[in-house]
Design a protein around this ligand. Sequence first.
Ligand code: SF4
Length: 196
Amino acid sequence: MINWDKLTEHLEQRGFTARRFASAQEAADYLNSAIDGVSVGFGGSMTVQEMGLYPKLSTHNNTVWHWNKDGLDQAAATDVYICSANGLAETGEIVNIDGVGNRVASTIYGHKRVYFVVGKNKIAPDFDQALWRARNIAAPKNCQRLNLKTPCAAKADRCYNCNSPERSCRVLVVLWEKPRDVETMEVILIDEELGY
Ligand code: SF4
């Protein structure tokens, strides 16, 4: 059972702005109104894709999608950056694992505003369990989706801590607090399961 009030309180204590929504639709409507007339980079994220944020925001912003050609470099230079988290602790730590590193780099430096869009399935009671889910749930499922030659990809049941050439887990970033030079960092909490 998620303690939303505690989670919100812990995020705010760490300098993040927490906003709660009952549905992905309500969260998407909020983001669509809050982000207008600026450049927006999107980190590779199933959550963001499922919410249809890229087409929505593209009608009134200058958008760059991470998975498009040249998207990686261009998305690093936008005003706003949107991605999800692989794990979010109720104690407020945000956990992300990356292969290239562009997505996690963009969550800590180079953008005025950063939004983490987080479904309830990403939330764990404490840091250790948020890290565990990032490594054993999010990462293997991403490997399976990408059809990588890693031991986790067949069943996506857990991390095997591999050293495969195609290993996608090469960088771990934990946000303890909002990085100093990012003006605002919002965590969009959604009471629905989104992404993995
Ligand atoms: S370290 Fe290897 S086995 Fe573990 S999730 Fe990453 S790619 Fe899969």
